[in-house]
Design a protein around this ligand. Structure first.
Ligand code: C5P
Length: 193
């Protein structure tokens, strides 16, 4: 039986870092599901058609990490037909042996409601803005406004809004180092494995 770890949370909360570390530690596959939405937004044209025809090359574009790509992703992610087009790929990925870690916004609630471990990772707005500004080498105030806009859209949309699953463990990384966040998450997985 494959083992699935669902990690959700807002932008720059540390969920990607924790997801990658858990996958490496337990020898599991990792899928950054935000990349699917970023690639769909960046592809242009009709968003639902773009989502249905995503290729590995689309996912490997080097402009997907930008703030603009995140903003475009968040806009097309509110379209139900886009989300529907991406469900099966994510569910198939989640069943890979020996296990998989998926990170996003709706993994614990919609994509993998039966995941063995569910984590919802948060951090204060300011901490997240500082982290992302350092990554992108930009101004934290501008990043803060972008993050707030994106979080509001992601949590208020009608279809698969960002929210913790009822059985998710909440992890606030505001006061934690990367090592502490990874350690806490690892301990949690170890108790469930
Ligand atoms: O995680 P990342 O910042 O790369 O995600 C980009 C955007 O894609 C998010 O702001 C969100 O709108 C959307 N997304 C989503 N569901 C997911 C992953 C990402 O709606 N599972």
């Amino acid at each position: 039986m494959p083992f699935t770890i669902a990690i959700d949370g807002p932008a720059a909360s540390g969920k990607g870092t924790v997801a990658r570390a858990l996958a490496a530690q337990f020898g599991f596959h990792h899928l950054d599901t935000g990349l699917l939405y970023r690639a769909t937004g960046a592809k242009g044209g009709d968003p639902a058609a773009a989502a249905r025809s995503l290729t590995p090359e689309d996912l490997a574009r080097d402009d997907l990490r930008s703030a603009e790509a995140g903003e475009a992703a968040s806009r097309i992610a509110a379209i139900p037909e886009v989300r529907t087009a991406l469900v099966q790929f994510q569910r198939d990925f989640a069943r890979k042996e020996p296990g998989a870690v998926l990170d996003g916004r709706d993994i614990g609630t919609v994509i993998c409601p039966d995941a063995e471990v569910k984590l919802f990772i948060t951090a204060s707005d300011l901490v997240r803005a500082r982290r992302r500004a350092a990554e992108l080498n930009t101004d934290a105030q501008i990043v803060l406004e972008q993050l707030r806009g994106r979080d509001a859209r992601d949590s208020q949309r009608a279809d698969a809004p960002m929210r913790p699953a009822d059985d998710a463990v909440l992890l606030d990384t505001s006061e934690m180092s990367v090592e502490q966040a990874v350690e806490t998450a690892t301990a949690l997985v170890q108790t469930a494995i």
